[in-house]
Design a protein around this ligand. Structure first.
Ligand code: IPE
Ligand code: IPE
Ligand code: MG
Length: 248
């Protein structure tokens, strides 16, 4: 049974949650620890959040783990983040597989070490028939990069201009076939999109919290879902209640 808070009815649970897992560095700084210790704590938290996501009955989870701009960080930090991805796959794959999690990657694999690329592809292959939760890992991901490569591929395919539609563009993105995120959570209080899912977020609801990612726990996750359940998603139209009144 999906465990939800009594205040979040099942039908109000978002289908797709996306998370900008931010604030690992500041979490570490606050404790006088190196930034990588923050990333490790963040990764531990991710394990818990994936578990809660399954329990809440959310079907798609997309996590922002490494952006195309994060290459600009000090080399030791970049190296550490690569190592963490590798380590997570080594340690968690079996458990995730058992829980019915299907792993996917969005972004570019090219720049990663060949052994890491292999590990990612293998994890995707092993879990490809799972359907309890689709977990998209955005690693070496950039929203602009995604759109640029979509345009390039459309042009290579000889798509005529009049055939370029919203739907077609969506099919050329890394997230082809995945519904747009209903709810995007950003930890650590920054009020920006940082190149994350810029096409797909057109009508996503946002939940931004000052909590640093390693401290974002199940209670706060539930609060984010509760906040989402109370949103009125208008998609540029008028509220459904108003429409009924004006028709009366
Ligand atoms: C998010 O935490 C993780 C990655 C970007 C890889 P940060 O490392 O950005 O933490 P802050 O923002 O410096 O606190
Ligand atoms: C966004 O966080 C990227 C990830 C969480 C992986 P950043 O910390 O890189 O974003 P900025 O630099 O604050 O915009
Ligand atoms: Mg940050």
């Amino acid at each position: 049974m999906a465990e939800t808070s009594s205040t979040v009815p099942l039908e109000k649970i978002p289908q797709h949650v996306a998370i900008i897992m931010d604030g690992n560095g500041r979490w570490a700084l606050q404790r006088g620890l190196p930034r990588l210790a923050g990333h490790k704590a963040g990764t531990e938290n991710l394990r818990r959040v994936i578990r809660s996501t399954v329990e809440f009955g959310v079907k798609y989870l997309t996590i922002y783990a490494f952006s195309t701009e994060n290459w600009g960080r000090p080399p030791e930090e970049v190296k550490g983040l690569m190592y963490i991805l590798e380590d997570v796959i080594d340690r968690e794959l079996n458990e995730l597989h058992k829980e019915g999690v299907q792993l996917r990657h969005i972004g570019r694999l090219e720049r990663l070490a060949p052994s890491l690329q292999e590990k990612v592809l293998d994890a995707i292959d092993v879990t490809k028939n799972n359907d309890r939760l689709i977990l998209n890992i955005a690693f070496n991901y950039g929203g602009r990069d995604e759109i640029v490569q979509a345009i390039q591929r459309m042009m290579k395919d000889g798509v005529p201009p009049e055939k370029v539609t919203d739907e077609l563009v969506s099919q050329y993105l890394y997230t082809a076939g995945v519904p747009d995120p209903d709810l995007i959570i950003r930890t650590s209080g920054e009020l920006r999109v940082s190149n994350f899912l810029i096409w797909q977020a057109a009508y996503s609801e946002w939940y931004i919290t000052p909590t640093f990612w390693p401290d974002f726990d199940k209670d706060e996750y539930r609060r984010a879902l509760e906040a989402f359940a109370h949103r009125d998603r208008r998609y540029g139209k008028v509220a459904s209640g108003e429409l009924q009144e004006s028709n009366a």
